[in-house]
Structures are given as C-alpha cells and as structure tokens.
Write a protein that binds this ligand. Sequence first.
Ligand SMILES: [Zn+2]
Length: 303
Amino acid sequence: MTELSKDILARFQVRKTKTQKTAFIERMQAAYPELTVEAGGFGKPRNLVIGNIETAQVVFTAHYDTCARLPFPNFITPLNIPLYLLYQLLITLPLLALMFCAVHFITLWTGEFPIGYAAMWLVLAAFLWMMLGGPANQTTVNDNTSGVLTLCEILAAMTPEEREKAAFVFFDLEEAGMFGSSRFAQVHKKEMKDKLLMNFDCVSDGDHFLLVQSKKARLRWENVICEAFGPVPDKEVHIERASRAIYPSDQSQFPCGVGVAALNRKKGIGLYMDKIHTKRDTVLDERNILYLRDASRRLTTLL
Ligand SMILES: [Zn+2]
C-alpha cells in the first residue's frame, strides 16, 4: 500500500470530531491539491471531491466519518433478511424494556405519570446519544478506513487517462444518517441521474465480496461490473440486486448506486459482518484493497 494509506491507518483512523476530521482533510489536501471540500446542508457535512463529477463516467465513493463505539456489534447479514431483522429486534427489546421500566417505576415512585413519561423519553434520548454522539470507536480499520484506503489506492494506481474518466468522493456523516451523501445527491442531482456510483463501505474483513446493485445500475452496467469484478483467486464475488439485500450505506442515495462490502460466511447464517462499531474492528486484509483497486481500474477502462 502507498505511504498515504499507511499514514491514514497510523495517524488518522479516528475521524469523528470536527478537529479530527479537519486534520484528516488537511492531510488529504496535502496529498491531493486538486481536492475540493463541499460543505453545507443538514448536519453541516464536509464532502471531499476529487475529479470532475460532471464529465466522469464513474464516481467512486467511501464515507470517512467514524462511528461511536457501541457495547454490542453492528451484526449484519445482508442476504439473510429474517436474521437481519431478528438481530435488530434483539437490540431493540432491551431498550423497550428499559423504557417500560422507566415509565412504570418512576411513575410509582413519584406518583406523577408525566414525570414517568418524561423519564421514558429520556431513556430513548440517552440510547440515541450513545448510538450517534457517544465516544468515537478508536479502531475503524474495516468501517470505514478500508473504504478510504481503497479510494486512495485507486487514485494512486490510475493512469492519467483513467483518472480523467473517474471522480472520487469521500462522504461525511454516513454513520449519523447518511447526511453527507444525501446532501451530495441533492446538489449533484442532474450529474448523478445516469452516472454509475461505486461505494466502498467495510471492505477489508472477509473473503466474500458483496456487490449490491440498484435496478438502474444493474440494467445498464451489470455486464461490465461482472467483467471487471469477475472471479478472483481465494475470494468469492456475489453480485446481487439491491432489492434482495439489506446493505444500508451511501450508495442507496443514488439512482445508479452499487454498494461494495466484504463479508465472512458461516453455515446457517450466510454472509455476515460482526466486528464493526466495536474495538474488534481491526481486520485489514490488504489483498481485498488491492483486488478492489484493480477491479475498479478495469471497470473504468471498460466504461
Ligand atoms: Zn460504514
């Protein structure tokens, strides 16, 4: 990997506060003088853009913001939808129980229902704060330093002709609710209407690549995507329709979005991701980044 990628891993892995993000942006500006910062919109995201969005044939994207550390992993099984929903329910149940306890016992204790009711909402607010505003996860190798490194490696490897055909966007505020990408989609609605967008989110842990294509992307580019990302030694590539998978990330904001992730597989579970948003998010399989770099270059050439 390039020196820039190594430096990001070593010194800029936590990008949650304004100061941390500014330090990362300054490092990126030093590496890419042509980088522009598009700021503004709900939550004040700062998206980083390299290349010409209007003339590019393909836009490669990854979110650079860091999530809060959670006491439980963000366990996801994109192709096993019943299990996906079951896990979400399992996380929600203790919260609902806590909210119920708050309203019940505080009302009993104070004799005032409005106070119990307020306590219930306070519990919910505290939970949401923990999810979004809590202390940053200190290890973000897979989510989503791996996506950031993928874009940097593609940028470093591309020829000037390939660079001409591609643009790159590092999105802010994905974890808080995709505010960065939704702002970008709004501002660049016309340019992005018929443009292929490849989004890398959590790509360094697992031997199974999952590509989730929107309908429009599938109808227009499935052949070239299959050719570019085709069979790879020691790894498996699964190309799926967005309607048959749950992989919520920035690609979902765009008409021709394709989400790219790496996952592990277990019998009875299928493809899964189980370490992100915790201190166990430390797995970096460099082969994944290099494969995605080469596949992205092939794709750009084919377009
Ligand atoms: Zn992510």
